[in-house]
Design a protein around this ligand. Structure first.
Ligand code: HEC
Length: 123
């Protein structure tokens, strides 16, 4: 028993190190509550996951097919159009699309776009 413990201890330690370090790279998805989202913002996040997430990174500056949307409303201007970063211009991009981004005027209702914008404000 003692011998086994002496042998297995380094392995357990190595496993622990792998576990802890990999946890830092692959960040766990935070819950809506952890992000402090109200019901409208949480609804917007749900829509974002469905339609936007594959092209836009919400919580890091990395680029996917489209630019990161981290802090999109904290900037003064939208990076792609140079238009002021406000609800009006963001909603236009969502409705009509831009370049390689499709428009969502057929898929999303005004309410859904409002929810989406409420969520984008939290990024
Ligand atoms: C197929 C990939 C794709 C999808 C899906 C997509 N986008 Fe985009 N998005 C882009 C690309 C590419 C651009 C840059 C367009 C340009 O260069 O003119 C962009 C630009 C934007 C911008 C302007 C960002 C800035 O900083 O100027 C916003 C806001 C935006 N998208 C929001 C959304 C939202 C919200 C959704 C989901 C409803 C969405 N996008 C879905 C590809 C996508």
């Amino acid at each position: 028993m003692l011998l086994l413990d002496e042998i297995s201890f380094p392995f357990v330690l190595i496993l622990l190190v792998i576990f802890v370090t990999s946890g830092c790279e692959v960040e766990r998805r935070k819950s809506d509550a952890e992000l402090g989202l109200n019901p409208q913002q949480a609804s917007g996040r749900h829509i974002y996951d469905q339609y936007c997430d594959r092209c836009h990174e919400p919580y890091s500056a990395r680029k996917r097919k489209g630019p990161s949307l981290q802090g999109v409303f904290h900037r003064e201007y939208l990076s792609v159009s140079g238009m002021p970063a406000n609800d009006q211009h963001a909603a236009d991009i969502i409705r009509f699309g831009r370049d390689k981004m499709p428009g969502y005027s057929q898929e999303l209702t005004q309410q859904q776009i409002d929810d989406l914008l409420a969520y984008l404000h939290t990024l």
